[in-house]
Structure formats: structure tokens, C-alpha cells
Design a protein around this ligand. Sequence first.
Ligand SMILES: [Fe+2]
Length: 365
Amino acid sequence: MDNPFNRDAENLGNVTGLEHLNVEIPDQGIASDFYLLGMGFTRDPYLFPGTNNMWVNIGKNQIHMPKGEPLVFRGHIAIVSPDREALLDRLTGVKKQLADTKFKFKEHNEYVGVSCPWGNKFHVYNPDPERFGKINLGIPYVEFTVPEGTAKGIARFYRKMLGALTCIEKNGEGKAAHIKVGPHQELIFRETDKKIPEFDGHHLQVYVEDFGKPHEKLRKLDLITEESDRCQYRFEDIVDLDTGKVLFTIEHEVRSMTHPLYNRPLVNRNPSQTNRNYVMGGDAWVPTLPDTVGPSGASPDPLKAPKAPTIAKRRSPAPDRGLARRLRWRWPRLARGSSRSTSMSAPRCVSPRQSAAMPWVSPAT
Ligand SMILES: [Fe+2]
């Protein structure tokens, strides 16, 4: 059968999602002015409602902020956020209360560069289906600056230890390792000849499908730093698998997909909604764009459409009336659903995606 689809383009590898980043902050009031008022994000209303920690929702992602000495990611965090003009208005609106901090922002063609009150850098992009898929609000990538000569070894580490898909990019900005960590999500490790600050203890969290094998491999190299609980462990060092030399350090919180918080629904408010300009039903910010899987198979001329029973007959094995009766008795919905689903034609094409064009290398190679 002809296949018009690139099936590999939908592969994620073993790392199935980057969910949250974690930085400590010394002042929740300043953090609220920046992250909630300025950036337009939403404080998690359910977990950590007190003054010792705050979780901030960004679409399907979060930044966790326990109280403490400020921690800073060594690179930048990409954000997809709709409506650049509204973002610039909000950031302008918090200038006064954040005047004595490291807060600043600058508009570039591609993104708005923003520094948080303690120096974490954000690149805020408009939604871009070709580049970021269906993300309307979220974190599509985190980019780290790493020492020269380490990108290839870092990619190999993620491929062999975590089972991630990786690729190496070389362009005018230098050499970079790309690690696929979710649908349209990446960690990027870009080489630089500039001085890199010491690691200060911040972390990122990923979900993995195979939870046990990476743990066993990391344990054999004595890289596990915390056996957190049934569904989570941590490691920090990314090492050269031939020499054991530490290439880069960033704490990873690795969770199984059976973790109770996996795929937890997150509340995202619409920051344009105000009590002076209120839209009924407009309180929520939608984190995703439409994500097509191709045409539904509907015919422009229904009279010439293939007849459903013919298709169903061609695709189904010879009917087992006894089995159908048993299925109806035990699982009536399943029996009805399966007969209906066979009437659908296969979709014919999908939108091109940037990730399909990347030369991803799988762990088996
Ligand atoms: Fe965490």
C-alpha cells in the first residue's frame, strides 16, 4: 500500500516531555510582578499556594520557584506566547516596580528578549506552526551554552543513556547538540568560547517512557544523585562516555510516565482579561493551536464517495457473528465504535514539519 506519510517524523524517542524548570527566587512579590503581570503567566492555583514556593503555568509547562537564593539557567529559555504587542505592553507596565532588579527587555525581529529580575533570560516567540508545532503558549526549547568541543559528546550521552533522539547542528552561531525531549520540544547545547558560570543547582524535569534502563545505565556510571521516590530519580553530570569527563552539568529530574502528575491539566488565564474590559467566557488562555492530522477523508462530492460498507468489508476480517454478539454483551460501546471506525478513509497528507527535516539519530545507531 502506498504510504504518503513520513512516519518517523512523529517519533519522540524515549524522552516524551519536558514539563518544568526549577529556579529558586528570593522574593515572591517581585516574581509575581514579573512572571504574572509582565509575562502574563498564571500561578498554579492548586499546589504550593503559600509564600515558600510558587508554581507558574506556561501552557502545558511550568516554572517552579521555591524561596531561596536566586538560581539562573546558563543560556536562555524559549517561550511561545501569542500577541507580541500585548506582551510588550505588559512588560512596559512592570518597569517601575522592577526598576532595581536585572529585569529588562528588548524587541528583536524574531523574538522579544527578556531578562527576569534575577537574570534568567527568555526569548519570547510568536506561535509558529512550522517551527514550534501546535504550541500557542509553552516552552518549546531550553538552550544551554556549553564549552567548545562538547556538543557531540553531549548528544551521544543523551542518545545512549536516556534513549533520546539527537542531532548536531552547525551554523553561523556555532556547533549545537539538539536533544528531542517532547513534541516540538528540545534541549539545545550550543558551544561557546565565552566563560560559562558555575552550576548553581537549578533543574529541569523530563518524562521518559523507559524509566528503568536509563536508571541502570546512570547507576553503573555512579551518576545518580537522588533516588527521589517510586517515579523519580535525579542526575546532574553529562559525561563523555569514553573518558568519563564531565561535559556539562544541569540537574535532571527524571520521571516515569506513571508519575501521578503526568499530563496534569494546568490552568492558564487570559492576561488580556480585565475587570474594566471583560469578555464573558474569555478567562482562559488556550495553550495549543489546531493540530491537523490531515484531511478527514470527506469527499467534495458525497454522491461519489466510497460506500462505507464496501470499505468496511475490505478492511475487516470475515465477520464472526458469535464474537460480535459476545462483544456486544460484554463491551457494547467497543463493538459499536469499532464498526463505525472502519467507515473512515485514510487521510492523504500532512503538513510539513520542521522536525521531520532534522537529521535525527536514534539510540540504536
Ligand atoms: Fe522539579
